[in-house]
Ligand binder design. Structure first.
Ligand code: ATP
Ligand code: MG
Length: 653
């Protein structure tokens, strides 16, 4: 048994719970809780059954083979991802079903059926082949959220060329580094992307990047915004000219299950992004199964995953999962507050969206803006809500459930990572009783545990390291070009059989998992190991607080002292009274041990470009250290501002 103080303490005790509404339960895709036992008794058999939902041109010889930490799934099996996402639906007569309902930021719109999508993908796939792209060659994609983005991904998958999508909000330098790491042969970009009424000059950025990318032979540019940009003869091609010459059919590359499907760099919350490698068969099996069961997909659903395809959420739940399941999806190009703060709600009303999947950072922004924006629209088409990306503060969960879901839509809080490829911990909405702030329990066929420093399982009620103790089909096979870093990051601490997620978690008496944020963010205050997330949630629990980030600084007496950065909702002021109120509130909600030593009111918090709070920078600020790497930050200026503020803020005691 480990010493109790080694474990992360549980502070927050959220007591609200929400069983599935009867009407939802009656129609749910998964209704029988026995699925957990069946899958748990034989993981391989469960995943093989899920793989059976796909079309394979050759059936696998073995379901799973393991030489820890290395693993293969469905070895010997052959398939093509696009045949599974497109051809088989069209052949079954489903070509007229809408694949994407696309909304441009300026107000233009496009509707693309499965039949049309297949033709568009084939044309671009042929064009790529005509430029010399062969199986195994990497293609970089740097686009905004336009239909050509999933088309480009799928065109690569059609011909077996792994894609590497770089989020369109990244700079030329970030793009350059990712292209060079992947040694891509072709770059697909656009003249520009719309963001808050402005044109982001993608092609100009791409030109800057490619100047220092010796591997790039061709650049394909989509005309989206009509802005001017330079053109390099021989290297540059217009997308529309290239595809116009191509036939609408294209022989798919017959891929092995373990062939690369794509590379994707992590969001870089903890440091230098890692080029995560995903393969074909296991990945597609798991994204399709999790999408169908967790989002309870029925034929008539309109599914909106409001992420960007530049992140793994977009790969798995805008492109591969939904298309494999023949789902109609919504895609939106622009900002949630353009032209006004009700844009999302107007899209939901217009397309009668039934399932919405977004991130806590967006939900907290909507909370800050106020209920009048969703209040202007008919959101009655919604029947299920989802969240991913960060732990969700119980207050934000309840706001989402009440204001957006009208108290009728289950909220699936889904825990996963770029490296896991697909969701691993999540409710099944027709079965699981929900608790706000908990991602609940592992998906069928997934084995997770919470362990202490020695690797021993922590009894229910305690906290520690979140680990996965059995391989799953969509796990990243390696880090591109850096197998040592793969082993070091995920499989060193507790040996090659145990995947270390890097997140802290605790389990309650019912075995529910409560994610506590990054293990590196855990604080040591007067001998107690505290999670920053629980203190943040206690702050957000105050009705005037929109967002909070908690870090520690060294303290002679307590080891570490607690520093809170707090953003208030519109209309409130961070004065001495507010400060006292918040410290009092935290004491009341979780106890005096968690009372912040300093509270700093800030207009915003530093976030990654995927919207996650970046605590490591705030820790540097609180400790007076020079700032670490800020290149993955979306709002670098806020760190400077907070830095200056901290120097002038006296300590509160
Ligand atoms: P890097 O690994 O480069 O630091 P990152 O971890 O932010 O970047 P992602 O793979 O996009 O990159 O994010 C995965 C992480 O997001 C998880 O490890 C976890 O910390 C957090 N996360 C995702 N979903 C949830 C969730 N539902 N609850 C709690 N945390 C979540
Ligand atoms: Mg990570």
């Amino acid at each position: 048994m480990s010493e109790p103080q080694r474990n992360i303490e549980a502070l927050l005790s959220e007591r609200r719970s929400f069983p599935p509404p009867q009407a939802f339960r009656d129609r749910a895709v998964v209704r029988d809780p026995a699925i957990y036992e069946t899958a748990g008794a034989d993981h391989e058999a469960f995943w093989a059954e899920q793989a059976g939902h796909l079309r394979w041109s050759r059936i696998w010889d073995s379901v799973m083979e393991r030489d820890a930490p290395w693993v293969t799934w469905f070895k010997g099996g052959h398939l093509n991802a696009t045949v599974n996402c497109l051809d088989r639906h069209v052949e079954a007569g489903g070509g007229d079903k809408v694949a994407y309902l696309w909304e441009g930021e300026p107000g233009d719109a496009r509707t693309i059926t499965y039949g049309e999508l297949l033709e568009d993908v084939c044309r671009l796939a042929n064009a790529l082949r005509s430029l010399g792209v062969r199986k195994g060659d990497r293609v970089n994609i740097y686009l905004g959220m336009i239909p050509e983005l999933p088309i480009a991904m799928l065109a690569c998958a059609r011909i077996g060329a792994p894609h590497s999508v770089v989020f369109g909000g990244f700079s030329a330098e970030a793009l350059r580094d990712r292209i060079n790491d992947a040694e891509a042969k072709v770059l697909i970009t656009a003249d520009g992307a719309w963001r808050r009424g402005q044109v982001v000059p993608l092609k100009a950025n791409a030109d800057d990047a490619v100047r220092e990318c010796p591997s790039i032979e061709h650049v394909i540019t989509v005309r989206r915004c009509g802005n001017e940009h330079p053109f390099t003869a021989g290297r540059d091609h217009w997308y529309h000219e290239l595809v116009a010459e191509q036939p609408p059919t294209c022989e798919p590359e017959d891929m092995e299950a373990e062939d690369l499907l794509y590379l994707l760099y992590t969001s870089g919350t903890t440091g230098k992004p890692k080029g995560i490698v995903h393969t074909t068969g296991g990945y597609l099996t798991q994204v399709a199964a999790t999408h169908r069961m967790i989002f309870d997909i029925h034929d008539e659903d309109v599914f909106w995953c409001a992420a960007d395809c530049g992140w793994v959420t977009g790969h798995s739940y805008i492109v591969y999962g939904p298309l494999a399941n023949h789902t109609t999806g919504v895609m939106y190009e622009g900002a949630p507050d353009w032209p006004d703060k009700d844009r999302w709600w107007s899209i939901i009303e217009k397309h009668r969206v039934s399932i919405l999947y977004t991130a806590p950072t967006a939900i907290r922004a909507f909370m800050r803006w106020g209920t009048e924006y969703p209040g202007k629209h008919d959101l009655s088409s919604l029947r299920l809500l989802g969240t991913v990306g960060e732990p969700i503060n119980p207050e934000a969960w309840v706001w989402y459930w009440t204001v957006i879901g009208g108290e009728r839509c289950p909220v699936v809080d889904t825990w996963w990572q770029t490296e896991t490829g697909a969701i691993l911990i999540s409710p099944l909405p027709g079965i699981t009783t929900l608790k706000p702030g908990s991602a609940t329990i592992p998906f069928p066929g997934i084995a997770a545990d919470v362990v202490d420093e020695t690797g021993a399982s922590v009894p229910l009620g305690g906290g520690g390291y979140l680990v996965l103790t059995h391989p799953w089909p969509a796990i990243a096979r390696t880090i591109w070009g850096d197998a040592d870093r793969y082993v070091e990051t995920y499989f060193r601490r507790f040996g090659p059989d145990v995947y270390v997620a890097g997140d802290g978690a605790r389990r309650d008496e019912d075995g529910y998992f409560w994610l506590l944020g990054r293990i590196d963010d855990v604080m040591n205050v007067a001998g107690h190991r505290l999670s920053t997330f629980e203190i943040e949630s206690a702050l957000v629990d105050d009705a005037k607080v929109a967002e909070a980030a908690v870090v520690s600084r060294p303290d002679d007496l307590k080891g570490e002292a607690i520093v809170a950065f707090v953003t208030l909702k519109t209309g409130f002021e961070g004065d001495g009274e507010m400060l006292a109120e918040l410290r009092e509130h935290v004491t009341k909600v979780i106890g005096p041990i968690a009372k912040p030593d300093n509270i700093i009111f800030t207009p915003d918090l530093p976030k990654t470009r995927s919207g996650k709070i970046m605590r490591r920078l705030l820790r540097d600020v609180a400790r007076g250290n020079s700032l670490g790497d800020v290149t993955t930050l979306a709002n670098a200026e806020i760190v400077e501002l907070i830095h200056d503020m901290v120097e002038t803020v006296p300590t509160d005691e």
